[in-house]
Design a protein around this ligand. Structure first.
Ligand code: GDP
Length: 526
């Protein structure tokens, strides 16, 4: 098979949702339909459950499980499908954002009772930044939810995307009868059904008298009226608008009852994008280019504390990746080769001989990789679009055991390479500031420093509400600002200056007073 055929076969996507909307359930059902697993219950939720043990112990357990579920690859029809898993907990939103840089499209799950929730909005913002194509699955139709029209209005209003229903529900909750496929002119009948994958289907056009017999005259009439309204209000579905990320096709279903999932998967296979070109600091890289390139979007470290083992997850962007061949690590300007790269077929690790664009390769790493690193066949380019986001919580890291300063430094360095948190250094006294998007990470870091590096620390909260990277074309002005702000300036891992502001208001004021300086909320501003 040539590279064009390999690329055409591949679909790499993520399922995203606010916790509890049904992401895990839908993932499992897709694997079930794809034949990758035989029974329900095989996919472990990566959600942090409320248990008697504290949250971060749960995270540790999850870290073990989640290597297996980080990437789930299966074959369906003639396609090779890679589902990239994303953490559900909001404190780990940055992990999710980074994973979204490695996919070509997403399926967004929305709970029909709760509608668009906070995390849904945040995740969609990231998709909008990159114009990632989105398919929406409105889940839990077996429950009494909001009216489908209200749900669609809410999607459009809150997610800044046009919606286009491809199926339409007939009632909800205990009266839920099924969905009508607007394009296939088929009725899918709903049944409470946790195990079987088949659904009863009837081919029937809306104006056929038969519809009245199948649904009862009242529901048939309502369906006709509602579909007429849908056709009047919403633009026809356009694959092109979907691929550009402007229009989201919408499906209704009930994942736990295997309902609506097959239609979703079949449509996904038809319309979702193949591996797409990706931006770098110098040019666009096309998947069809003969030379290999890829980037690391995730790192798992120290799963076994006795070995300093790490797994780097690399998304292939162009060419083919071959086992045992030397590739160029652009940041380190060093050539590396990998003797046992692995793939994630059917959730078990297998040695990968050759991979193609869209594939994710697991690489054993002894400390060469940071998130965002690029591998090529020699070309000096760096994939962009993997920003660090401005953290929201800041604490100073205090070493409690001066004898273990080295271990502490190494641990903090490695944990930040992994993307658990961001490390900043204050010029004065070389003080270490850790910035995160959630409180939970501080517990995780403290626990992991102690368990994996034998270093003890404590945290001193800082009065910082927001950090932003600062740049200027006028080097003298920037240097002066850095000098004047003294203790409010820290440096990130690449020695870029960062302004630590006590409030949003402080940022606004400093912006107004310093027109020559640009303030950025992500690290990607080059
Ligand atoms: P996640 O947090 O988004 O991964 O959500 P889960 O897949 O873990 O689902 C959250 C809860 O919703 C679980 O208790 C599921 O059993 C339940 N659930 C998932 N799909 C459906 C559905 O179609 N109908 C109903 N009633 N419950 C569902």
């Amino acid at each position: 098979m040539n590279i064009h055929q390999e690329i055409k076969k591949r679909r790499t996507f993520a399922i995203i949702s606010h916790p509890d909307a049904g992401k895990t359930t839908l993932t499992e059902k897709l694997l079930l339909f794809g034949g990758a697993i035989q029974t329900a219950g095989a996919v472990k939720s990566n959600k942090i459950k409320k248990t008697a043990t504290s949250d971060f112990m749960e995270i540790e357990k999850q870290r073990g499980i989640s290597v297996a579920t980080s990437v789930m690859t299966f074959e369906y029809r003639d396609l090779l499908i890679n589902i990239l898993d994303t953490p559900g907990h909001k404190d780990f939103a940055e992990d999710t954002y980074r994973t979204l840089t490695a996919v070509d499209s997403v399926i967004l799950v929305v709970d029909c009772v709760k509608g668009v929730e906070e995390q849904t909005e945040r995740l969609m913002e990231v998709c909008r930044m990159r114009n990632t194509p989105v398919i929406i699955f409105i889940n839990k139709l077996d429950r009494e939810g909001q009216s489908p029209f209200d749900l669609l209005d809410e999607l459009e209003a809150k997610l800044s995307i046009r919606a286009r229903p491809l199926t339409w529900p007939i009632n909800m909750g205990s009266n839920f009868k099924g969905v009508y496929s607007l394009y296939e002119q088929k009725l899918y009948f709903f049944k409470i059904n946790k195990t079987k994958v088949e659904t009863d289907v009837a081919e029937v056009s809306l104006d056929a008298p038969n519809l009245d017999t199948l649904l009862g005259p009242r529901d048939a009439e309502t369906l006709r009226e509602e579909v007429e309204l849908v056709e009047g209000v919403y633009d026809a579905f356009s694959e092109e608008a979907y691929q550009k990320g402007e229009l989201a096709p919408v499906f209704f279903g009930s994942a736990i009852n295997n309902f609506g999932v097959k239609e979703l998967l079949d449509t996904f296979c038809q319309i979702s994008p193949t591996p797409q070109p990706r931006p770098t600091d110098v040019r666009q890289v096309l998947p069809t280019e003969p030379k290999f390139s890829g980037f690391v979007f995730k790192i798992h470290a120290n799963l076994d504390p006795r070995h300093r083992d790490r797994i780097a997850f690399l998304r292939i962007c162009s060419g083919s990746f071959e086992r045992g061949k030397f590739y160029h690590h652009v940041r380190l300007n060093k050539d590396l080769r990998f003797s046992s790269p692995f793939s994630f077929m059917a959730a078990d690790k297998r040695i990968l001989e050759e991979g193609f664009p869209g594939d994710v390769v697991g690489l054993y790493d002894t400390g060469h990789f940071k998130i965002g690193d690029t591998l090529t066949e020699g070309e000096d380019l760096q994939f962009s679009g993997i920003p660090s986001f401005s953290p929201e919580i800041f604490k100073e890291l205090i070493n409690l055991d001066p004898m273990k300063a080295k271990q502490l430094d190494k641990g903090v360095q490695q944990l930040t390479d992994e993307g658990v948190a961001q490390l900043f250094t204050l010029e004065l006294g070389n003080r270490k500031i850790v910035g995160t998007v959630g409180e939970l990470q501080f517990d995780v870091i403290q626990y992991r420093l102690e368990n994996e590096y034998g270093a003890k620390c404590r945290w001193v909260p800082m009065n910082v509400a927001r950090a932003c990277w600062i740049t200027s074309d006028n080097k003298a002005k920037l240097a002066e600002f850095v000098r004047l702000k003294g203790n409010q300036i820290a440096f990130d891992k690449d020695m870029n200056p960062v302004f630590l502001a006590e409030s949003e208001w402080m940022i606004r004021m400093n912006r107004e007073n310093n027109p020559d300086i640009q303030f950025h909320f992500t690290s990607e501003f080059k």
